[in-house]
Write a protein that binds this ligand. Structure first.
Ligand code: NI
Length: 168
């Protein structure tokens, strides 16, 4: 296993569109292990392959609390089949550290994805699962959550990121 480098906004590679996974082989399993290790180290609750510069349609989540056992969820070739309602909630992202902003999302989603064994699942999500699924799926389509904000706010965030990641 390895800790992977997480790309930071406004890195252009975050805008690349991820490609479908045709075969869930050892390469994908090893990617999931590396992504999980990276997400846990960075204290994230979700991580998409795009964020570690891998253009494959896969993201992971773990919403278990600090005192709970790990509960890694893997979503391969995820898609949203239908959406209902609207909800505004505050989001953060490992690619935009220390930035938390309110974003409008669908309240409930009906989605489809494959697990690490290739089995197809369909599920209806609301609450944190729904928000996180939409946020991570956006990454696979090359979109970072701050791109929903005004141009003024995005410029402010870009400046903030430059300060955080300025070359030493
Ligand atoms: Ni994110």
């Amino acid at each position: 296993m390895a800790i992977l480098e997480v790309l930071h906004f406004p890195d252009k590679r975050l805008h690349l569109i991820a490609k479908p996974i045709l075969q869930i082989n050892s390469e994908i399993k090893s990617l999931v292990a590396d992504m999980a290790q990276t997400m846990y180290k960075e204290n994230g609750i979700g991580l998409a392959a795009t964020q570690v510069n891998v253009q494959k349609r896969i993201f992971i989540m773990d919403h278990s609390g600090n005192d709970e056992p790990e509960n890694l969820l893997v979503f391969i070739n995820p898609e949203i089949l239908s959406r209902t309602g609207e909800v505004v909630s505050e989001e953060g992202c490992l690619s935009v550290p220390s930035v938390y902003e309110k974003v409008l999302r669908s309240e409930e989603i009906f989605c489809r994805f494959q697990d690490l064994d290739g089995k197809i699942h369909e599920a209806r999500y609301n609450g944190l699962m729904s928000i996180c699924f939409q946020h991570e799926l956006d990454h696979l389509d090359g979109k970072v959550f701050v791109e929903y904000l005004s141009g003024l706010k995005q410029n402010f965030i870009k400046k903030k990121m430059k300060k955080i990641f300025k070359p030493i």
